[in-house]
Design a binder for this molecule. Structure first.
Ligand code: F6R
Length: 242
């Protein structure tokens, strides 16, 4: 595993953007696995600035997002489709048809999960998968439980996740209780995994993920077994690693 310890959120974002842009420059038709949440916002902003300058292009890139809330329309301002458009896709030259996110409104969510798994498999899996990290060790919306779930699936969100995400909604009651999430199988099948973490409140989660036992009760701990794992964090988030 390679670890980059950066001074602060801005430096973490620049480093992550650097690694992602290197992938796009090396392989302009790469498949990028993408995450939402507050951690990657700066990374997306930096990537948009560099690509607008003409340093590289997203025209041939395909993206697959980790997850989507069940029941939210793409036009809902808290849906992950909306987030990706507002924070990234609307600012780069990517082909909209090459951006993929699970359909939160699918009439048959189980069938949608199977379709999404098959799509990622048919793309040959992600060349680089960007991940944030939940306080409880979740990646995507793979919440702590007693087994690692390989396939894309519908998940009941943990109470701590609902509480953490309530900041984006008018109240905790408005946070959807379920989501469709890529499973551990597709995440681990990515050729490279890039996990970013920022802030002292993530220090325990980072420690548990990378120094604790490999257990589904801390889903990110499976990443210890990935053979091209890159961790980029700011000092505060990595403070318990040393
Ligand atoms: C969202 C996702 C989640 C977040 C995690 C951290 O697509 O995959 O696992 O990465 O909840 O969220 P933030 O970055 O808001 O702390």
């Amino acid at each position: 595993m390679r670890i980059y310890q950066e001074s602060d959120y801005e430096a973490m974002s620049r480093r992550a953007a650097n690694l992602i842009s290197a992938e796009v420059i090396r392989n302009p038709a790469c498949v990028l696995g993408l995450a939402t949440g507050s951690t990657p916002v700066g990374t997306y902003k930096q990537l948009a600035v560099w690509s607008q300058k003409g340093d590289f292009s997203f025209k041939e890139v395909t993206t697959v997002n980790l997850d989507e809330y069940k029941g939210l329309a793409p036009t809902h301002d808290q849906s992950y489709r909306y987030f990706m458009q507002a924070n990234f896709f609307d600012h780069i030259d990517i082909d909209a048809a090459k951006t993929h996110i699970p359909d939160g409104l699918a009439a048959d969510p189980g069938a949608e999960c199977a379709r999404y798994d098959e799509l990622i498999r048919s793309l040959g899996y992600a060349d680089l998968q960007l991940l944030g990290l939940g306080h409880n060790g979740h990646i995507g919306f793979n919440e702590p439980c007693d087994n690692f779930v390989k396939a894309t699936h519908v998940i009941d969100l943990a109470e701590s996740t609902i509480a953490a995400n309530a900041r984006f909604f008018s109240s905790a009651d408005d946070v959807p209780r379920q989501a469709l999430t890529m499973g551990i199988g597709c995440i681990m099948a990515a050729r490279r995994v890039l996990l970013i973490a920022s802030g002292a409140d993530k220090a325990d989660a980072v420690y548990n993920a990378f120094c604790g036992p490999i257990t589904p009760f801390c889903p990110a701990s499976i990443l210890q077994l990935h053979n091209d794992m890159v961790l980029v964090g700011d000092k505060a988030a990595l403070s318990k690693l040393v």
